[in-house]
Design a protein around this ligand. Structure first.
Ligand code: ATP
Length: 235
């Protein structure tokens, strides 16, 4: 993949990774925190599951209820109500088999795997520009010291603008905080609206453009107020 790869080529590769993941693992897990990247992934996994059912009617009938996607939300200690609300909506819309766990990430993943001992892989909405993610491959086992599973990473090569192109063109529902000027979501203790989206006005009222108006994706994390508040990736 080089930097001239078009969005439709990236999308094709993503669909191929998801198809391959279903072929390798059958139904696998999904880690979801209501952020924009895993929202893209959720939409594509749902389509991928349907495609898998069509390819394998002997395993899953596409005419009947599809299996539900086993999903884990590792709860933030300082949650935004808008994120919780969006997660509830997405659970209903995509009929997720969702468990929410209020524990540190490693413990939460272990608890998720303990509930589903047949599950050998979990899909994560990481992109290569995220911290520690530069050299990841679409199928990457977890690091030593982490619960043992295959990470499925179908949107590694997407950039910030690709994410918004997809969500807007397909009219995919996303968390309302992105409309308010947040561009990357953590907790209420460490996330602010992105200063690069601030609209200069004469009034005292602060106004921000929505996340999809940010042209320079490298500024995406300007709304994270401490270095330690950058996402703690699943490794
Ligand atoms: P944004 O950057 O806008 O917040 P995002 O949350 O989808 O979007 P990251 O914060 O970069 O993206 O996180 C990468 C991925 O890691 C998520 O897409 C999700 O799959 C997984 N992840 C991160 N935090 C959690 C969490 N608390 N619970 C479950 N999965 C998580």
């Amino acid at each position: 993949m080089n930097e001239n790869t078009t969005f439709s080529e990236k999308l094709r590769e993503t669909v191929d990774v998801i198809d391959e993941a279903y072929e390798r693992y059958g139904v696998f897990g999904f880690s979801f925190n209501g952020g924009k990247d895993c929202t893209v992934l959720l939409h594509l996994l749902s389509i991928g599951l349907y495609r898998y059912a069509v390819r394998h009617p002997e395993l899953i009938s596409p005419e009947e209820d599809l299996p539900r996607i086993p999903t884990v939300y590792i709860m933030n200690a300082y949650p935004f109500p808008e994120i919780d609300e969006y997660i509830r909506q997405a659970k209903d819309l995509y009929d997720l088999d969702l468990i929410s766990i209020a524990e540190p990430m490693k413990d939460a993943l272990k608890a998720f795997l303990d509930q589903r001992t047949d599950m050998k892989a979990i899909s994560v909405g990481v992109r290569s520009t995220d911290p520690y993610s530069e050299h990841l491959q679409p199928f990457t086992p977890t690091d030593k010291g982490w619960p043992d599973f295959m990470r499925i990473l179908p949107i590694l090569n997407w950039d910030y603008n690709d994410v918004w192109t997809f969500l807007l063109r397909l009219n995919v529902p996303y968390c309302s905080l992105y409309e308010q000027g947040y561009t990357s979501l953590g907790g209420t203790n460490n996330t602010i609206k992105n200063p690069a989206l601030k609209i200069e006005t004469d009034s005292d009222e602060e106004k921000y453009e929505p996340a999809y108006k940010l042209k320079d994706g490298s500024l995406e994390r300007m709304g994270r107020i401490r270095k330690s508040s950058s996402p703690n990736p699943i490794r």
